[in-house]
Design a protein around this ligand. Structure first.
Ligand code: AHR
Length: 314
């Protein structure tokens, strides 16, 4: 009789303890640090808002750091969370690909899993759980493929480059160039960085339009919609018709680019989903529960030449 009672008590205790030994499915009660690059573009702001909303919906205690485009600030935020000692996991959106080895090793040594989101790092993949992201090379190929068919493979292109050293910029350029290499009459004649910022995209385009014969510019490939919108302003102020005199293709599919598209002022955009928070939290929780996590969790996105086509895919 006593052993049965004892067994019952042990079972009851296990029933109480075991669930808390595993991170709750949605992550409720976890403390997770999110190191965000900044707010350089409308897409980045939408991404931040989506992650915060996802954390709130799950009951995750999100510690948020806006690094204002500074890798130094991102590293400092991660080190502060590690020093706190009560942070269960870290989500990192790295501003550039290099320079993360030491802080990722410190997180690993502290037993705090790191999930990379959006841009990539060039560190040893053993130092982070996974990367949740789009395929930036594919985005570049999509943009170039559209431009080839829109120009019959004959076009001098201005490239508005994103942040130099960031995977988003480097890989979009790579994918775009991959396709151009197949068409001898398609070439990038000018490539300048606008750092993914609208005003900088406008300033770069103004400078190019004042130093080049606009008749020799067939198209603009902007690494994000914000720089494309800046370029559209510059093209109009130069007395030219955007999307006609100069074709425009960009990346992100932010709401403002569809305003331009509705007005006939841009031609195409490649979607970059801002909804990476859910997969990132799920990956962190799976890791904390000792489950296997793939090293890349892709988010998709297609190319759109109209708001109707974009809306039809929602
Ligand atoms: O890393 C993704 C890029 O960063 C987005 O395309 C751009 O809008 C943001 O600045």
């Amino acid at each position: 009789m006593r052993s049965a009672k004892l067994s019952l008590i042990v079972l009851l205790l296990l029933a109480l303890i075991v669930p808390f030994a595993k991170a709750q499915d949605g992550g409720a009660g976890l403390t997770i640090g999110f190191s965000q690059i900044g707010s350089e573009s409308a897409w980045r702001t939408a991404f931040t808002d989506a992650v915060k909303a996802e954390a709130e919906a799950r009951g995750i205690n999100l510690l948020f750091s806006d690094a204002q485009q500074s890798q130094e600030n991102q590293i400092a935020a991660i080190r502060a969370w590690l020093a706190q000692g009560d942070v269960n996991a870290i989500i990192l959106a790295p501003v550039i690909a290099s320079g993360w080895d030491d802080v990722l090793q410190e997180a690993a040594d502290a037993g705090v899993p790191v999930v990379i989101v959006d841009r990539n790092v060039d560190s040893d993949p053993a130092l982070f759980v996974t990367r949740v992201s789009s395929d930036f090379v594919h985005e570049g190929r999509l943009a170039a493929s559209w431009l080839v068919q829109a120009t019959s493979g004959n076009c001098n292109i201005v490239e508005l480059y994103g942040t130099v050293g960031s995977a988003a910029a480097e890989d979009r350029h790579t994918g775009f160039q991959d396709v151009l290499n197949l068409f001898p009459s398609m070439q990038i004649t000018r490539s300048e960085t606008g750092n993914f910022v609208r005003t900088e995209g406008k300033a770069v385009m103004e400078s190019i339009l004042s130093s080049e014969d606009p008749a020799n510019i067939c198209a603009v490939f902007a690494h994000n919609d914000d720089m494309a919108i800046g370029a559209i302003e510059a093209i109009k102020e130069a007395g030219l018709v955007p999307a006609q005199d100069i074709l425009i293709v960009s990346v992100d599919a932010i709401p403002d680019i569809f305003v331009s598209m509705d007005a006939g002022e841009t031609n195409a955009t490649v979607e970059l989903s801002p909804f990476m928070g859910g997969p990132a939290f799920d990956a962190a929780i799976a890791f904390l529960n000792g489950e296997e996590v793939p090293k890349w969790i892709p988010v998709g996105g297609g190319l759109y030449t109209s708001r109707a086509a974009y809306d039809a895919d929602r």
